[in-house]
Design a protein around this ligand. Sequence first.
Ligand SMILES: Cc1cc2nc3c(=O)[nH]c(=O)nc-3n(C[C@H](O)[C@H](O)[C@H](O)COP(=O)(O)OP(=O)(O)OC[C@H]3O[C@@H](n4cnc5c(N)ncnc54)[C@H](O)[C@@H]3O)c2cc1C
Length: 474
Amino acid sequence: MREAKTAAIIGGGAAGLAAAVAAAKAARAAGAAVAVVVYEASDRVGRSILATGNGRCNFSNARPDAALYRHGDFVAAAWEALEAKGAGAEGDGAADPGPANAVLRFFADHGLLWREEGEGRLYPLANKATSVLDCLRASCAALGVEERCGFSVAAVEPPRGPGRPFTLRLADGRFERADAVIVAVGGAVARNLLPEGLPFVEPVPTLGPLATETRWCRPLDNIRVRGALVLRRGGAVMARELGEVMFRKYGVSGIAAFNLSRLAAVGDALAVDFLPALPADRTEAFLRDRRKALRAALGREVTWDDMLRGVVLAPVADVLLAAVGLKGKTPAAAAEAAPVAAVLKGLTLPVEGLGDVRQCQVHRGGVAVEAVDAASCEVRGVPGLYVVGEALDVDAPCGGYNLHWAWASGLLAGKSAVEGLAPSSGSERGEGEPCSDSPCLVRRSAGPSQSLRSCAQTPSSRSEPAGSRKRGRR
Ligand SMILES: Cc1cc2nc3c(=O)[nH]c(=O)nc-3n(C[C@H](O)[C@H](O)[C@H](O)COP(=O)(O)OP(=O)(O)OC[C@H]3O[C@@H](n4cnc5c(N)ncnc54)[C@H](O)[C@@H]3O)c2cc1C
């Protein structure tokens, strides 16, 4: 009987669950006795997934583009490695190659159907995040992955010598051992539990609402418009985002603002364009023509209320007119078309920072990508230690890109970890054939509602105090 190894995954979120499935699948395919254990601090895995996309989970994008990511070269190299490994998607040899990338093939293989919305955003067909999580958990169960919920890992200690295991210090004082460790704890906390000295970029929340000067936002609180946001620094345009803009008392929210929050700094100017489809140099003429047309249609002088009715919502019109010192009841003079055109195309709000940080979707920062091999997500100089998902200094705009990265890096690390543990165990077995010497790899579960504690060979928590550790795990 071969010695069983353990791959520990710290964090049962998006990246952690993808890593668990990929690791267990790789072990099964290789006929390797590897127990895959997910340590999750909260009472259940996948909570973070359920919160995504307003509960609908924009789980990926039809056109993933590495250039959209912070450290896009690293991301591109990791995707390339994932494609080369075919992690998570062994395929059935059918002529149809299936979806275009390894993440989508992974979800297709594990039973998820999806549909595409605007800008390539992919949502589960059932339109609920639970649909994504159910597929992942069912796969974990079928592959014998063990979930350990309520297990908060406080520190990962590297092996004390060749062939020795990692030590996982739990927050309650117990410890566990593992031969490979995948850190998938999300954006804010990775530094606390990783070995000291790892290059790390201080995490800061991003992809959230922007706080701006409030004079014009306050009266528009909770109003949503389809528009564009233009971010300027010292007169130069930094970025432009088209989409829903939601005014809040403190500033601007909505996807367009979230995306600009990745670039914005205090002192930048945020201009709201209420008529993005109309070129700026045609807006004044549009207003002058409109004035003539409305005078003819109404048979009287037109006011600025008349002019903006049907163009923007009434509270927006009030704010725009106030911003250029006009009143709605004032007859619209031809000479006033220029300032009104300017404010319609760019109500300018000075940026004062991030708005409500609790709404931020990701953390920028984490383990520096230079510390990690993009071909596997393994930490350089610490064989067997992997960092994935938001715990790495990788982030992207809204649109399913952040979850796409979490799945992709998890799949890559999961497969790589098992290859590292069983490098020469090239399988003589086919996919799905039982592995006789590893009960954790042969047990199949009927579904996600069943207990995942299926692996007879996985370690149990040790409760000896750190100083009294006598026995190694193997
Ligand atoms: C409200 C909201 C909506 C979002 N919507 C989208 C969207 O629609 N599309 C998209 O692409 N991205 C979205 N994101 C971003 C996306 O959720 C993250 O990028 C992604 O979840 C990161 O995956 P991860 O596995 O790295 O971290 P997480 O999913 O955060 O998982 C980390 C897990 O580790 C556990 N953990 C933490 N510390 C420990 C510890 N010490 N020991 C054990 N376990 C621990 C946590 O409990 C958690 O389960 C959204 C984010 C938020 C907050």
